[in-house]
Design a binder for this molecule. Structure first.
Ligand SMILES: Cc1ncc(COP(=O)(O)O)c(C=O)c1O
Length: 353
């Protein structure tokens, strides 16, 4: 399968920007990037220098974490940037379309619309057992360039079966790429598909350090895909996407000692969920609770209950989901520290809509 033939002709034709801090241009007397030779703090990191566009050490650490070869990985400013790069490389304005499965993360459709690409929606199906993707309807929809799937899904928390995802990738090979957003995979039960991305030419996996790794403030995401896809995205990524302090923090978070700490934190969060789910389920104004497989819970209240507003008055911020298709009166609640969760539970005991 020729992935290049799916990319926009303009992207293939352009001459990518050659940044001055590529490894080969970063040794010796550095007079090639109009930097200030004086750092603001002589004892701190060399922030007067542009950062390496794709630091080898960070790529190696992320590739090791995800179990993939480094040439299958592009480090981005969060998954948000990965989504945007994919849309800009593959979608011709006014001609191509992306597919999403709402309710879902809003950036797939937003990036597509900014690019002038059409958005095909195949809604999740709500069943007794929770939400499910409608893979038959996805396969029957008009051909799309990008098929965005998310597992565990934000905001419904449901996971997708690897077999269904791989069958879809096979079905759309030749005209589209399947993009699996695994932002919450570390919280879930199903293994990541990262190792299959790239092996299967049109399968792309998005990972991030923003959730389980606790580094949302650093903006470090990874696109994992075949080297041809990575090469195409590299043609348009910003010259210096990764700030030096963010790279340093990411390297620390990927170290063995941080791994132990993270495992403890993840276990703590997992242990917090049943208590919160029970408190939510016991409230008379909450009619549905979807515990999901991520670090949040989705609930549906009785119509017009005003949970988000009442919680805000108590100093607790929750996320209204009622604008999403099929999620009228729904609210997403992120797991906090045990103390924060206790505050929420105490608020729920008092709350009467
Ligand atoms: C499903 C999903 N994908 C991607 C993102 C964005 O991740 P990042 O912080 O890596 O840009 C989010 C953020 O909430 C998300 O929920």
């Amino acid at each position: 399968m020729n992935i290049q033939s799916l990319a926009r002709a303009e992207i293939l034709a352009l001459e990518p920007y050659a940044s001055a801090r590529r490894l080969a241009d970063s040794a010796g007397v550095l007079l090639n990037a109009n930097e200030n030779p004086f750092a603001p703090n002589a004892n701190g990191p060399a922030l007067n220098r542009y950062p390496d566009p794709q630091p080898d050490a960070l790529k190696a650490a992320l590739a090791c974490e995800y179990g993939v070869a480094a040439d299958r990985l592009l480090v981005t400013r969060g998954s948000d940037e990965g989504i945007d790069l994919l849309v800009r490389v593959f979608c011709r304005p006014g001609k191509d379309r992306v597919l999403i499965c709402p309710p879902c993360f809003g950036m797939y459709a937003l990036s597509a619309r900014v690019q002038g690409a059409a958005v095909t929606e195949v809604a999740l199906i709500e069943t007794e057992a929770g939400f499910m993707a409608d893979f038959d309807a996805i396969a029957q929809s008009p051909p799309c360039k990008l098929y965005f799937l998310c597992t565990p899904n934000n905001p419904t928390g449901n996971e997708l079966a690897a077999d269904d995802i791989l069958a879809l990738a096979e079905h759309v090979a030749g005209h589209g790429l399947v993009v699996v957003d695994e932002a919450y995979v570390e919280f879930g039960e199903r293994p990541s598909l990262a190792r299959r991305a790239g092996e299967i030419a049109n399968l792309v996996v998005l990972r991030t350090l923003s959730k389980a790794f606790g580094l949302a403030g650093c903006r470090i995401g990874s696109v994992i895909a075949a080297p041809e896809v990575i090469g195409l995205l590299r043609r348009i990524i910003a010259p210096y996407p990764l700030p030096t302090p963010a790279v340093t923090a990411a390297m620390q978070a990927l170290s063995p000692s941080a791994r132990k700490r993270r495992q403890k934190q993840l276990a703590l969060l997992t242990n917090e969920k049943p208590g919160l789910v029970a408190a939510l389920g016991n409230h008379p104004a909450i009619v549905d609770v979807w515990p999901g497989k991520a670090n949040f819970v989705l609930v549906r209240t009785v119509p017009g209950a005003g949970l988000v507003e009442a919680a805000a008055l108590a100093g607790i911020r929750l996320r209204d989901q009622s604008a999403q298709p099929g999620l009228a009166d729904c609210v997403r609640i992120t797991l906090g520290t045990p103390d924060e969760n206790r505050r929420l539970i105490a608020f729920l005991k008092e709350w009467q809509p």
